[in-house]
Design a protein around this ligand. Structure first.
Ligand code: KIV
Ligand code: ZN
Length: 498
């Protein structure tokens, strides 16, 4: 197996954007490309230039952004696709040709000979025009292997710079991936890339196996975005290669979490909490035995340190909590609790858990204050809230609050009334603490338009992250309540830190 550095082609902006329902603006694509570049990706497949005016604008913006990565456009075996890519000033094209009879006969309605002719003449055209070419076989794993190898050899002879074989519908297994890719590595002189889909949840394992078979380049997407089950997730491939096989890439793994979150925010596709490495629960612990173990030695229930992928360890307080977690949290807050107080808090948290609730930081705070006999004073208290919204005006909110015993009036605008109200509250504390809303979840507890809603927010002041809840029949009030609870908790923590 090669100890050589593996090249990473990120296709979040092409294959990832093919996720049904997903469409990014040129500016959003540029922001993601810049993040991928600073993450250390070698090649960015920025899109498919022939697709639309907006797509061309995005690829052009990315090509002109002065990034270190090679900028590539997807092209079909057609000269107009290459011309569109050239006009976007890309460094290379990912020239893709279907090679299985299934695709050739039913999708293209052509013969093998016609496909070979189209593919090779487009390859020559791209090379003549100074482009690097990654020559790719779509549905390679269901293609006649002799036909496929023949085509790849001809592409190599005509100057293709790299070859890529796509497991388009994710039908490989790790054993077959190693065997399949190693054959092309042996038979071709140019570098071979693996492009694996995740229809059976095997994409990471298959990509890693392809590397063990001698492949020098991997295709992947941030958060595993892509059609159907998605593509091989970049974060999983890179970290697995490093940890299990000592195979290096240029990826700065500490940036993985922030890039993953950026992609989540701009695509609007939420990362499942249980997603390996970048999910919210990847380094979260609730169960008593686990928390006890992690507090004594993090490796007991963490295969790598959360910081390695830019994450933080989280202790979650709910039904499965143990007394060690409570004790440790109390100490972190500066309390010296008795055993009886720890047990009382433990039982109250469990009771909430049994009612099906996770306990937010502010709720835990309230339990601790009442058991420890300390009164947590809200530094910001809402006195009046006004929100104006409609189809012809910018949603605007004004708030009057008591902040550290002074009256403060602030206003904010937003994309909707909730956003406007949240912005107004953020402004109240702006001079003291730079509080940022990281997440916002809303659940309707009952049905109908008069439903009681449960809003949970996650906020940070850059030092600490807190979760807080607000419940009301009015979504704006529930949101404001959650925001104020979180803001008060962060300010209180800040006071404790002096
Ligand atoms: O999965 C695939 O086959 C592809 C090609 C079109 C490159 O994404
Ligand atoms: Zn693909």
């Amino acid at each position: 197996m090669a100890k050589q550095r593996v090249v990473v082609l990120d296709t979040t902006l092409r294959d990832g954007e093919q996720t049904p329902g997903l469409a990014l603006t040129p500016e959003e694509k540029l922001e993601i490309a810049q993040a991928l570049d600073s993450l250390g990706v070698d090649i960015i497949e920025a899109g498919s230039a022939i697709t639309s005016e907006g797509e061309r604008k995005a690829i052009k913006l990315i090509s002109k952004a002065g990034l270190k990565a090679e900028i590539c456009s997807f092209v079909r075996a057609a000269k107009e696709d290459v011309d569109a890519a050239r006009r976007c000033d890309v460094d290379s094209v990912h020239l893709v040709v279907p090679t299985s009879d299934l695709h050739i006969r039913y999708k293209l309605k052509k013969t093998r000979a016609q496909v070979v002719q189209m593919a090779l003449s487009t390859l020559e055209y791209a090379i003549e025009h100074g482009l690097k070419v990654e020559f790719s076989a779509e549905d390679a794993t269901r293609s006649d292997q002799k036909f496929l190898l023949d085509l790849m050899k001809q592409a190599e002879e005509r100057g293709a710079h790299r070859a890529c074989l796509c497991d388009t519908v994710g039908i490989l297994t790790p054993e077959r991936a190693r065997e399949f890719y190693s054959r092309f590595v042996r038979m071709l002189k140019i570098p071979v890339a693996a492009h694996c889909h995740n229809d059976f949840g095997m994409a990471t394992a298959n990509t890693v196996s392809a590397i063990l078979g001698g492949v020098r380049e991997v295709h992947a997407t941030v958060n595993g975005l892509g059609e159907r089950g998605g593509n091989a997730p970049l974060e999983e491939v890179v970290v697995s290669l490093k940890h299990f096989y000592g195979v290096r890439t240029r990826i700065k793994t500490r940036k993985l979490y922030s890039v993953s979150k950026l992609v989540e925010r701009l695509t609007g596709l939420p990362i499942p909490p249980v997603k390996p490495l970048v999910g919210d629960n990847a380094f979260a612990h609730e169960a008593g035995i686990h928390v006890d173990g992690v507090l004594k030695h993090p490796s007991t229930y963490e295969p790598i340190s959360p910081e390695e992928v830019g994450q933080q360890r989280k202790l979650v307080f709910g039904k499965h909590v143990g007394t060690h977690a409570i004790e440790s949290e109390l100490k972190r807050m500066g309390f010296k609790p008795t055993r009886k107080q720890v047990l009382e808090i433990f039982q109250r948290v469990k009771r909430l858990g049994d009612q099906g609730k996770t306990v937010t930081d502010t709720e835990l705070r309230a339990i601790i204050d009442s058991v420890m006999g300390r009164k947590f004073k809200d530094l910001v208290k809402l006195e009046e809230l006004t929100v104006v919204s409609g189809n012809k005006i910018t949603p605007t909110s004004s708030v009057r609050v008591r902040f550290m015993d002074r009256e403060v009036v602030e206003s904010g605008t937003g994309v909707g009334p909730v956003d406007a109200a949240m912005n107004a509250i953020r402004k109240v504390v702006e001079g003291i603490s730079n509080i940022r809303l990281m997440e916002y979840h809303v659940d309707a507890i009952s049905g109908g338009t008069d439903a009681v809603v449960d809003v949970v927010v996650k906020l940070t002041d850059g030092k600490r992250i807190v979760t807080a809840r607000g419940i009301s029949g009015d979504i704006i009030m529930a949101s404001v309540q959650a925001m104020l609870n979180g803001v008060n908790r962060l300010l209180w923590d800040r006071q404790m830190r002096g």
